[in-house]
Each structure stands twice: as C-alpha cells, then as structure tokens.
Design a protein around this ligand. Structure first.
Ligand code: SPV
Ligand code: MN
Length: 616
C-alpha cells in the first residue's frame, strides 16, 4: 500500500490496527491510483469539496456554495432488490427481508469491487454517528471513490477523525466500502451490477455501482441497518425517526420523535413553523434514568425537494435559496439555477437533468415522458443552517422524548391523530403501520404496504425480536413517551379529496403536546384516545386563525369500522406466519379487533361519529 508521508502520518495518529487492516484490504481489492486520508481539519474537508467539482460529480450553481449532482437515470432511489444481508446459518429474517449466503455474496460483491478504483482516488473518512463523544454514538469509517458521497457525508454527519484517535485502537466501529464503479459524465453506468451487501457478522457494508445517497452513503441507511441490530441486542433503539421540539403554551418545549415511511410528511412534520428541529431521519434512543433520551444520528438533512415552496415549507425554501454549502441532486438546471417539481414557479422547457440534456416532451427508452426533475430529487443541507434548528441538536446527552408519532399514507382508514391506549397498544399500532408506496424506493407507486414502525426496509433482526425489544424498552422506562398515530392523507370517500390541509399537522402536534402535559381530556375510542372537538376548534382558531367546523371534525375523526377491521385482518394474516411473537402483542391484536366489533354492535353503525363516542 502506497501512502505519502502526510497520509501515513494521519494513519499513525489513529494508532488503530483494525483501521490499517481494513484500509489495506480495500486498497488491495479496489486498486486506487491514489489514496487520501481525510481528517477533521478545514483544509481536508475543503479538499473533498473541491475534488467533487474537479471530478465533475458536482457542478456549481449561481448562488455561492450551492452545487448539484446527478445520479444515473436508473439510480434515483434505494434499491431494495439488490440490498441484501449476508447470512450464514441464521434463521430467515422474515417478512420480505432480502438475504444471500455470506460467501456467495462476498464473492459476488468483491468481484465487482475488484479494480473498481483504477484511475481514481480513494477517500478514507472517519465520522461519528451521533454527537461526538456521546454515550449514544457509534464511530464509522467510510472508504469511497466518490467525492460526492464523501462531500455529502461532511454535510450530513459529524466528522469523527478525532473520535477515532480517542478509540485507542478499539475495533468497535462500523465500516463501509463504496465504489461508484465505472463513470460516464460523473455518473455510475453499470447499475445492473449495483449491489449493497450488509455483513452483519463484521458490521461492514459493501456497496458498488451506485451513487444515490440511500445506497451509497454508508452512514445513512446502511449504518442504520447495522445499528438496528446492535440496538436490539443491547436493549436500546435505533429508529427511522425525526426529533422535533414542539412549542407549547408559555414557550414550553416538548420533544417528539416521529416515524413515517419516506415521502409521507416526515420532514415537513419535523419542520412545522414555530417548532424546532433536532433531526429529520434517524434517531438513537436510550433510557437514561427515568427518561427516554434521543439524539440525532445525523447533523444534516437529505430531504425530498419536491413541493418545497415558499408557502408550504418557508424555512427550507429560504435555506435552499440563500448562500451556504448545500448540494441539490436530480433537479433541473438552467443557466446556473436549480428547478424542481412543485417549487411554486414555472420550470423552463429545457435544461439539464438526470437524463442529460432535457427538453419538454423528452421520453425515455420505454417511451415514458421524463419530468423536468425527478420526484425523488433531494437537497443536502446542514441542520444548523436551518432557522428552526433546536439549540440542543448536538447535545451529547440527547433530549427527553415525551411522545412518539407514527404515520403512513392512508387514504381510507386511520384518523388524523389518536393517542394509543398504552405502550403495548402503541407498539401494536406502530407495528401495524401501512402505507401507500412513494418514489423513495424503486417499487411501483401507490400500493398499500405493511411497514411496521416505517422501518421495514431497514430491519436487520427478525421482526419478533424487534417488537420484543420495543415492549421491553417501554416497560423499563419510568417516564414512558406517549405513542400516537397520525395520518395526513385521509380522503373523502365520495369526492376523493383530502380531508385535511397541509398545515393541520401543526394542530395535531399541539394537541399531542398538551396531552403529554395532562392538560386536555380525550375521548376513548376503540383505536385510541381522540381529541374533543372543542379542543381542536380552539387550537385551529388560535394557531392557524381559521374555523374548524363540526362537519370537518366528524368527517375526519369518525371511526371507519369496516376499514379498520379490514386493515387488522391484513395485519393478522401477516403476523400469523411470524414465529415467536410476544404474547402481549397477540393480545393487543385480538383486543383491538374485539373492541372494533363491540363498538359496531353497540352503536349499530360502521362509521361512528366521535360525538357519539363521548361516553364509550
Ligand atoms: C428515505 O427515503 O427514507 C430517506 C432517504 O431518508 S434515503 O433513505 O437515503 O433514500
Ligand atoms: Mn429516511
């Protein structure tokens, strides 16, 4: 292995045999032309930023600090099919979790990585998943030949070279090896050989022939998969959750976490005007004394840019249109300016996008019209660049979590907000989350999928272990967070129109905040506690300055018994085939179905108005 003097010096500073071994292994396999070890210094971080421009993986836009990057035409989302766990004799992980025999998988992915960095520079990076030097955090080493990947990680994660120095030679860190493979105009070309293989045995991930961040950035969803397993084994939680500070009366701040499948309102919930953001995607949660505390694993946001406009997302829009370091991906560029779908102004008829030179009406090989920007186009920014960044976003001890929210894209069943009846009922409801698919994965869109805790794509332990861990975690917590379900996508059965406005989620958050401080009573329904009309009406008037009619309330909060029963039948069918589910969980399922059937009988109605439920 050829390291120049300054790189060798950096490696020596780390004094870590495991790091040296992994580096030697990666160099032998990928055969880079040169190697750069990057530390936490401004100079090194700037070097990576410049390299992305030099290699053409990123290009500059008019506004200072803004760059854009394209992923390949067929590399625009997470690739579930080619993301697999390498397993030896382990039992099947269950549900539709993809696995491959460990040896076979290693051979395959190594064959694609072999020589993948010829004529390229290998970047060796060190980060901290979670705040530096925190009890929550996990150190991570990333090797990549993509300066876009390394640059994105600088925006999205805390640099951790110094944390590695403090490791004193420990082998306890995650390792990611990535190569974008063969490039054409800065874009991975051999996407048919795209592989993302996760080695649970060694906490390593190998990813090749891709650039889309959900596949390539080791620290994002790849580290998350490793962390879920580590957490389940060690009794804490790694969750697909934002963390947000909800501002209640008298400036009271109450922290909530929220899990939503991608593209279902997660970032916009974390970004509600007037509230603060700690993180928008991944949280680690641990018990500390009587409290549940959470940290943001990341320090940036890789957010969906579609529909970000001054009206609906004023804070993000401002951040994206003022000078700062940020990366746009898969947007449309014309004359040094970025454009995306739903940005609130007209997009030009031609420009450059993820398909190359683009013009209105352009079609792909299959004859499909290519939109100006991809639906899953994204922005990469630092959380600290947002006006609503929480002052504790980087706090080593984390913030105290008072409530957890679970939401999906559900057009016909779930009420806009409900508080579950207990921790166990909450865990059951969160495990029963279903959502209509979106553009964040390469699947067909608009199909209803079971997605427990919005984490299914990332689960790395059998679902029964995962649920067991949840139940135990709550049992141990003296100050248990309340568990809430939300749904922003309920539609009118006849007109098909959404029953709620974009801003209504703020009201649901404020209602939950007050509930967690015992300031509001609620109506007990078969599926959980519902808000009283009067409380919502007051919140709508005070915080949104608008009317909230009894009719709206009834349409939104009536319990659609048949639809709920249909949903739980589907859930029952899924869980029936899963071995070793905790008994508590099965009881919750049976009781849930029973409560719905009893209510149907008691009210002789299958669409029960919340007004009727008052004395349930
Ligand atoms: C998500 O889709 O959940 C994301 C983006 O946060 S990524 O997982 O990186 O695709
Ligand atoms: Mn996510």
């Amino acid at each position: 292995m050829q390291l120049n003097k300054s790189n060798q010096k950096k490696l020596d500073r780390l004094n870590n045999q495991k790091v040296v071994e992994l580096l030697e292994f990666a160099v032998d396999l990928c055969k880079p032309t040169n190697i750069s070890i990057i530390d936490d210094s401004k100079k090194d971080i700037q070097y990576v930023r410049q390299l992305a421009l030099k290699t053409g993986e990123e290009k500059e836009l008019d506004i200072e600090g803004h760059t854009y990057h394209f992923d390949g035409y067929n590399d625009q989302a997470r690739d579930k099919k080619n993301t697999r766990y390498l397993v030896e004799e382990e039992p099947d992980l269950g549900l539709d979790i993809n696995t491959i025999d460990r040896n076979e998988g290693l051979n395959e992915v190594f064959s694609y990585l072999d020589g993948s960095m010829k004529n390229k520079e290998m970047l060796v990076r060190f980060f901290s998943l979670g705040p530096n030097q925190s009890d929550f955090s996990i150190p991570a080493m990333q090797i990549t030949d993509s300066s876009y990947v390394a640059h994105s990680e600088d925006i999205l994660y805390r640099q951790g070279f110094e944390d590695f120095e403090k490791l004193k030679g420990s082998e306890d860190f995650f390792f990611f090896l990535h190569s974008a493979g063969k490039l054409k105009q800065g874009v991975s070309t051999e996407t048919d050989k795209r592989r993302i293989y996760i080695d649970l045995k060694t906490n390593r991930v190998y990813s090749v022939n891709n650039q889309y961040a959900g596949n390539s950035l080791g620290l994002k969803k790849l580290a998350f998969r490793l962390a879920i397993r580590k957490a389940a084994r060690e009794g804490w939680m790694a969750e697909h959750m934002f963390i947000s500070g909800v501002k209640g009366p008298n400036n009271r701040k109450t922290y909530f976490t929220g899990a939503f499948p991608s593209g279902c309102g997660k970032t916009s919930t974390a970004m509600i005007p007037g509230h603060t953001i700690v993180g928008d995607d991944i949280a680690y949660l641990k018990l500390q004394g009587s409290d549940v505390k959470a940290v943001n694993v990341e320090s940036g946001a890789f957010g969906i840019i579609r529909d970000v406009n001054p009206e609906d997302d004023p804070v993000i829009y401002k951040t994206l249109t003022t000078p700062r370091e940020l990366i746009f991906s898969n947007i449309l560029v014309k004359d040094g300016k970025p454009y995306w779908l739903g940005m609130g102004k007209d997009t030009p008829d031609k420009g450059v996008n993820f398909s190359g030179e683009w013009y209105k009406g352009k079609t792909d090989d299959q004859g499909n019209e290519i939109p100006p920007a991809h639906k899953n186009a994204r922005y990469t920014i630092k959380i600290s660049d947002l006006d609503n960044c929480d002052k504790y976003y980087d706090k080593k001890e984390g913030v105290s979590v008072k409530g957890m929210i679970f939401g999906g894209r559900d057009s016909d069943t779930s009420v806009p907000v409900a508080e579950t009846l207990s921790w166990a009922h909450g865990v059951f409801m969160a495990s029963s989350l279903e959502s209509e698919t979106t553009s964040a994965t390469l699947d067909k869109q608009g199909q209803r999928r079971h997605n427990p805790m919005a984490i299914l794509d990332f689960l790395s332990v059998p679902i029964s272990d995962y649920i067991n861990n949840y139940l135990k975690f709550g049992k141990q917590a003296k100050n248990k967070p309340g568990i809430f379900t939300v749904n922003y996508f309920l539609k009118d059965t006849e007109t098909g129109e959404y029953l709620n406005g974009m801003l209504d989620k703020k009201i649901w958050m404020l209602w939950m905040e007050k509930r967690m401080h015992d300031e509001l009573k609620a109506i007990k329904s078969p599926i959980g506690f519902l808000p009283y009309y009067e409380d919502l009406r007051q919140l709508f008037t005070r915080y949104l300055g608008c009317d909230y009619t009894e009719l709206e309330y009834v349409e939104q909060f009536s319990i659609r018994i048949e639809n709920y029963l249909g949903k739980f039948k589907r859930i029952e069918n899924i869980f029936e085939s899963i071995p070793d589910l905790p008994e508590t969980f099965e009881e919750e399922l049976n009781n849930q179905i029973l409560r719905l059937k009893e209510a149907r009988k008691k009210y002789s109605d299958s669409n029960i108005s919340p007004f009727k439920l008052k004395n349930y």
